[in-house]
Ligand binder design. Structure first.
Ligand SMILES: Cc1cc2nc3c(=O)[nH]c(=O)nc-3n(C[C@H](O)[C@H](O)[C@H](O)COP(=O)(O)OP(=O)(O)OC[C@H]3O[C@@H](n4cnc5c(N)ncnc54)[C@H](O)[C@@H]3O)c2cc1C
Length: 385
C-alpha cells in the first residue's frame, strides 16, 4: 500500500484513540491517513483489561465514558463486530468511610447525568460478586450499565469501520517529523521503508504513552509518564464468571472480571515503576496473591495461566490531554488517559473530529486542554484504578 502524499488529517498512532478519530473524520468525507509504527493496537490498547465504565468524579469523564459505552454496544449490536461486550456492571468495593462520602457525591453527580449508579451495602455487593470477602468493607458502589469487552476486537472493529469510511491505515509506518510553517502544521514525514512527505494541515497526536516525543516534533510539551501495570488471566473457574461484574477493591485497586470461563485480574505493582519497560516482574504475582488472599480468598487456589505488562500513560492530574495547540495551528492531541483511555476512545474520536472540523464537541473538553497546566489549574480525577 502506498502512503498518500496529501491528507486532510494525519493521525499518529493506531490504538483505540487514533482509529476512533480516523473513523469519525473519514465518515465526514475527510481524507485521513493513520500511521502506526508497529501493529494496530500494539501499544497500551491491546494490554488493557477492557473495562468500560462511566463512574468517574469528573463530569467530562462521566460523559465520555457513557457516550463510548453506547458506541461499543452499537459496534457489537448494530454493526456485528464480536467485541465480547458484557454489560455486567462495575462494582467498586469501599473500605474507607471518607471514600464512601466522596463516592456518594459522585453517585449524585452521575445520577444527575442520567446514570443508574447506586450505593450498595456490603451484603448486596457480596451477592453480586460472591467470591468477595466482606472483611473490612464498609460499602460499595454499582452501575449496572458499565461493561467490559476485548480491546483488540474493538481495535479491529474501528479499523474496519474507518477503512470502510475511506481512511487509509498504514502499519509499520512511523511519523518522524512534523513540519510547521508560520505557526501552522503543513506536513508529516512518514517512514515505512521509504520516506514520504505527507502534506496536511491537521495532525492528531494519538501516540499514547509515546505522545511526548510527538509533541516535541512541534515544540509542544505533553506531560505524560509511563507507569507499568500487570494483568493475569486464570484457568477456568468453577462458577459462572460471566455473571459477575467488573469488581474493584478501591483501596488496593485489585480488580477482576470474566475472561472466557476464567478471570482476568489486575492490580498496581507494590512499588510503582515509572519507565517504558514492559517486562513482567515475578514479584507482582506474589503481590497479587496477597491481594487475592485478602479480598477474594476463594480464588486463592485458582491457577494463573497467562499474563502481560503494559503502560499507563499518566498525567499530573490523572486526567486526559484533549485539545488543539494554541501555539501550533492544526496540532491536536488526545493522549495521557492515565489508565482509562480504552473506555473513552469512541467518544474522544468524536471530540477530535469536531476539534479538527471546528465544531463544538458534545462534551466540554476545554478543561482538559494543556492550558490547564500553564494556568496551574489541575483537574484531578479521583476514581482511578
Ligand atoms: C494493564 C493495563 C490495563 C488497562 N486497563 C484499562 C481498562 O480496563 N479500561 C480502560 O479504559 N483503559 C485501560 N488501560 C489504559 C488503556 O490501555 C489506554 O489508556 C488506552 O489504550 C490508550 O489508547 P491510545 O490509543 O491513546 O494509545 P495506544 O494504544 O498506546 O496507541 C498509541 C500508538 O501510537 C503508536 N506510535 C507512537 N509513536 C508513533 C509514531 N511516531 N509514529 C507512528 N506511530 C506511533 C504506538 O506504536 C501505539 O500503537 C489499561 C492499560 C494497561 C497497561
Amino acid at each position: 500500500m502506498d502512503i498518500p502524499r496529501t491528507a486532510d488529517a494525519v493521525v499518529i498512532g493506531g490504538g483505540i484513540m487514533g482509529l476512533a478519530s480516523a473513523y469519525e473524520l473519514a465518515k465526514e468525507g475527510k481524507s485521513v491517513l493513520v500511521v502506526e509504527r508497529s501493529d494496530l493496537g500494539s501499544g497500551s490498547t491491546s494490554k488493557a483489561a477492557g473495562g468500560l465504565r462511566s463512574q468517574f468524579s469528573d463530569e467530562a469523564n462521566i460523559r465520555l465514558g457513557a457516550r463510548s459505552l453506547e458506541t461499543f454496544a452499537w459496534l457489537q449490536e448494530e454493526r456485528g463486530h464480536a467485541l465480547d461486550l458484557l454489560r455486567t456492571g462495575y462494582l467498586f468495593l469501599l473500605s474507607e468511610e471518607e471514600d464512601v462520602t466522596r463516592f456518594e457525591r459522585d453517585v449524585a453527580l452521575q445520577n444527575s447525568l442520567g446514570l443508574r449508579t447506586r450505593m450498595l451495602t456490603v451484603a448486596e455487593a457480596c451477592e453480586l460478586s460472591p467470591v468477595v470477602s466482606p472483611d473490612g468493607l464498609v460499602a460499595a458502589v454499582f452501575n449496572p450499565d458499565d461493561a467490559h469487552c476485548t480491546p483488540e476486537a474493538a481495535v479491529a472493529a474501528f479499523a474496519c469501520e474507518a477503512r470502510r469510511a475511506g481512511a487509509v491505515i498504514a502499519t509499520k509506518a512511523e511519523a518522524t517529523d512534523i513540519e510547521v510553517v508560520d505557526g501552522r502544521v503543513t506536513a508529516v514525514t512518514v517512514v515505512r521503508g521509504t520516506t514520504t512527505r505527507v502534506e496536511t494541515s491537521h495532525v492528531i497526536c494519538a501516540a499514547g504513552v509515546w505522545s511526548a516525543s510527538v509533541g516535541r516534533m512541534v515544540g509542544v510539551d505533553l506531560p505524560i509518564r509511563p507507569l507499568k501495570r500487570h494483568v493475569a488471566v486464570t484457568e477456568p473457574v468453577d462458577f459462572d464468571a460471566r455473571a459477575i461484574p467488573f469488581t474493584i477493591d478501591f483501596s488496593s485497586s485489585f480488580y477482576f472480571h470474566s475472561e472466557g470461563d476464567g478471570l482476568l485480574m489486575g492490580a498496581p505493582e507494590k512499588e510503582d515503576t515509572w519507565e517504558f519497560d514492559v517486562h513482567r516482574d515475578p514479584a507482582w504475582l506474589e503481590h497479587l496473591c496477597d491481594l487475592i488472599e485478602t479480598r477474594a480468598p476463594q480464588l486463592s487456589d485458582v491457577e494463573v495461566r497467562a499474563g502481560w505488562a503494559g503502560l499507563y500513560e499518566v498525567t499530573p492530574d490523572h486526567n486526559a490531554l484533549i485539545g488543539s495547540s494554541q501555539e501550533v495551528e492544526g496540532f491536536h492531541y488526545a493522549c495521557g488517559f492515565s489508565g482509562h483511555g480504552f473506555l473513552q476512545g469512541p467518544a474522544v474520536g468524536e471530540v477530535m473530529r469536531d476539534l479538527v472540523l471546528g465544531r463544538t464537541p458534545f462534551v466540554d473538553v476545554s478543561g482538559l486542554s494543556l492550558d490547564r497546566f500553564a494556568a496551574g489549574d489541575l483537574r484531578k480525577e479521583l476514581t482511578i484504578v
